[in-house]
Design a protein around this ligand. Sequence first.
Ligand code: SME
Length: 158
Amino acid sequence: MAEDLRIAKGSKEEQYQNLLPQIGGLLQGENNQVANLANIAAALKEQFNFFWVGFYLVDGTDELVLGPFQGPIACTRIKKGRGVCGGAWAQEKTLIVPDVELFPGHIACSSLSRSEIVLPVYNQGEIIGVLDVDSSELDSFDEIDEKYLVQILQLLDK
Ligand code: SME
């Protein structure tokens, strides 16, 4: 498959609704994890122009390592429980941070990142990493992002 992403205008919800089936199509018939993570990051970046969007993957028992992403260069390793990414992994839950400066222990890969959402990524019930989406604006993420990003990540769990 090789075709252009159809970029939608409209509300955030409409943009996710347009994107979701297209990501489903991109992932269909492909089991390579790097390829699928890379296309999810690229599709989200293209639709929403997020400052940074990408994956950190579980490496061993207590560390995440940088995976496929779109945006500026980033920290390569994050300990379990550290920062927003390490916190979402340790707590196995989505973390929405409206202002990163107010999040204790936030890891500032870039001073331009102002708010973020981090979600656990599961495969067959096991956490394999996190999706980290960063914005250069304050308070960019809410339960609409969580709802659709969860659905996008479920496409990986096959
Ligand atoms: N913001 C993250 C670190 C990763 S980067 O921003 C790409 C955190 O505190 O976990």
